[in-house]
Design a protein around this ligand. Structure first.
Ligand code: 13P
Ligand code: SF4
Length: 330
């Protein structure tokens, strides 16, 4: 599948010798190679704890844009590492497992999107960061769940807008801003799986629990929520709010940070429709492991590369987001 023999599986599949402590070695290599480790909140706890910076997709893209490190090791999914490469083209950007994609990004293919855009020649395109570089190159500006409402509101009311690719986030923004946007019909496999019925049953057992939800969840779940926000917004809410128990409707990795910040509180993962599916875990995010991180730093592979013809246009839409976010103090 991949042209380098060591990367046949999309990651370096080598056992770590018994006499090697991967954590100590990762720390040694990070210094020796002047590398920075960025980890998303959905990574396994041990990886979050090892990272130089842990955060949501906006925060991590801001870190990628300003780092002075020679190497960025991105513990997240492909579109995040690709965004880091676009923002820091002179640095080596590594992703421990190239198979770490995103079902939401996959739900918006460049060819289909380009055809769709032909129907709306006078619309401005706002795309969520969970997209490929191809989609970013077709977009005017990028947003994340942290800044999406403010970015949409920054457009003149007369401006016609296309929002892609998440239908749930798009409809949520529509309901907050009252803007009539054309929305691409995409979704994420984790956030669409939460069960309203099972969440209500849990709420009966924990009547004082507050429900918190990521805006990628479907509307009936968002209607139950006491607070809706990006991963960092959900985390900060639980840090400041005075409830003792929360039902968390997003990927389970964030609960690691919530417990670290508020060990005295109880965090319950919102139940998915199928209790045996393990759907609270993003199957792509959880492909990264300490072993793959160790091997990726040792062999400096897999590296994330962006096609030359996309670089300029794709980075323009991300830079617009970062500049606007800075102006808005985000
Ligand atoms: P955040 O921007 O909140 O980190 O979310 C990213 C993501 O992939 C949600 O599924
Ligand atoms: Fe993509 Fe969903 Fe995983 Fe987020 S949780 S990275 S949107 S597949």
């Amino acid at each position: 599948m991949y042209n380098n023999k060591l990367l046949i599986k999309g990651y370096i599949d080598k056992d770590i010798p018994d006499d090697i402590d991967p954590v100590a070695e990762i720390n040694r290599m990070r210094k020796e190679k002047n590398a920075v480790i960025l980890a998303h909140y959905y990574q396994e706890g041990m990886i979050q704890d090892m990272a130089d910076f842990v955060g949501d997709s906006l925060y991590l893209s801001q870190q990628a844009a300003k780092t002075k490190a020679d190497m960025i090791v991105f513990c997240g999914v492909h579109f995040m590492a690709e965004t880091a490469k676009l923002l820091s083209p002179e640095r080596k950007v590594l992703l421990p497992d190239l198979n770490a994609g995103c079902s939401l990004a996959d739900s918006c293919k460049a060819e289909d999107f380009a055809t769709f855009l032909e129907k709306y020649p006078d619309h401005k395109v706002i795309s969520y960061i969970n997209t490929t570089a191809e989609i970013k190159a077709l977009s005017y500006i990028i947003c994340t769940s942290s800044n999406a409402v403010k970015i949409v509101e920054s457009f003149d009311k007369k401006e016609k807008i296309i929002f892609a690719p998440d239908r749930n986030l798009g409809n949520y923004i529509k309901s907050i801003t009252g803007r009539d946007m054309v929305i691409w019909d995409g979704a994420c496999h984790v956030h669409e799986e939460f069960s309203v019925e099972r969440m209500l049953e849990l709420k009966k057992r924990y009547p004082d629990a507050k429900i918190i939800a990521h805006p990628e969840c479907v509307k009936p779940v968002l209607l139950l929520a006491d607070h809706i926000g990006s991963t960092s917004s959900l985390l900060h809410y639980t840090m400041k709010d005075d409830a003792k128990t929360y039902i968390v409707a997003t990927e389970s990795g964030i609960i690691h940070q919530m417990k670290k910040e508020r060990p005295e509180k109880t965090f319950l993962a919102a139940p998915p429709k199928d209790s045996s599916c393990g759907c609270n875990d993003c199957r792509f995010m959880k492909l990264n492991t300490i072993e793959k991180l160790y091997n990726c730093m040792k062999y400096e592979m897999p590296e994330v590369i962006v096609k030359d013809d996309l670089k300029e246009k794709a980075v323009l839409s991300i830079r617009r987001m970062l500049d606007l976010s800075e102006k808005m103090g985000l």
